[in-house]
Write a protein of this length. Structure first.
Length: 257
């Protein structure tokens, strides 16, 4: 089964699968500085598509709501017009409106034109063990189309940890979108996947196509798509890595299990 993914910038991607249109963490603001309570973030590049260019979608997959590099001002405006917004339980309480909160492993179903799409929230840890009181709740998502299609895994902002490994044990995913970039803001540790984490993820999802997002566009990203390419090629995983060109709709073919 093929899906189409369009990278808009940072963590924001449009996923088109079996007639459904999904958007990950919406960030549509222009470059500039974004002050958070503990740090100032610098956005280096704008989105490849505007919110208007994206058009109507069936659901927003929002990994968390508290950081500007995953939900900015324009992204918050976008949520107001979305049919459904799936996010953390704490995030749904903060955002209100049409947001729906999910704990890890909770599921919901999208329906459209006689088709269904199952979406399961997955564990995520936004940094090393013990970071949770600082980073807040985060989730990823597994998207399951009707057979014979294979699930798609959207990691959300997370590093490699047991929760990601458990996703691989539970779901035979054909496409994986790791949130990479080795983001670093609070100290000498990463808040999202670095190249080592991405390789571990590729090993866990043994034959999945790896389509990284969250690799470029912000000053606090310490690694980029080129670093992933070099690492994957060196370790023999290069044929499974698909680096997206921002703004270009790319068809991703996964093997049928």
């Amino acid at each position: 089964m093929s899906i189409t993914i369009t990278l808009i910038g940072g963590p924001t991607a449009l996923i088109e699968i079996d007639g459904f249109r999904l958007l990950t963490d919406p960030t549509f603001d222009a470059p500039g500085d974004y002050q958070l309570p503990h740090v100032k973030l610098e956005k280096l590049t704008g989105p490849a598509l505007s919110a208007r260019d994206v058009g109507e979608i069936d659901a927003v997959l929002l990994s968390h709501d508290q950081h500007s590099d995953n939900l900015d001002r324009s992204g918050r405006d976008f949520l107001k017009g979305a049919k459904r917004v799936l996010t953390t339980q704490a995030g749904a309480k903060r955002l209100g409106g049409n947001t729906e909160g999910f704990a890890p492993w909770a599921s919901t179903t999208l329906k459209k034109g006689g088709r269904t799409l199952a979406i399961t929230a997955t564990p995520a840890r936004h940094g090393p063990a013990g970071i949770e009181p600082l980073s807040g709740d985060v989730i990823g998502f597994v998207v399951e189309p009707a057979k014979p299609g294979r699930p798609v895994y959207v990691s959300g902002d997370t590093t490699w940890f047991d929760g990601v490994a458990e996703v691989a044990r539970r779901f035979d995913c054909g496409v994986v979108l790791p949130f990479a970039g080795a983001a670093q803001t609070r100290g000498p540790f990463h808040l999202t996947m670095d190249t080592n984490d991405a390789i571990e993820t590729a090993r866990a999802f043994a034959d999945a196509v790896i389509v990284p997002v969250h690799t470029d566009g912000w000053a606090h990203f310490r690694q980029n798509a080129s670093d992933l390419r070099a690492s994957f090629d060196t370790l023999g995983f290069g044929r499974r890595l698909r680096i997206l060109e921002p703004g270009v709709s790319t068809v991703i073919e996964s093997q049928v299990s």
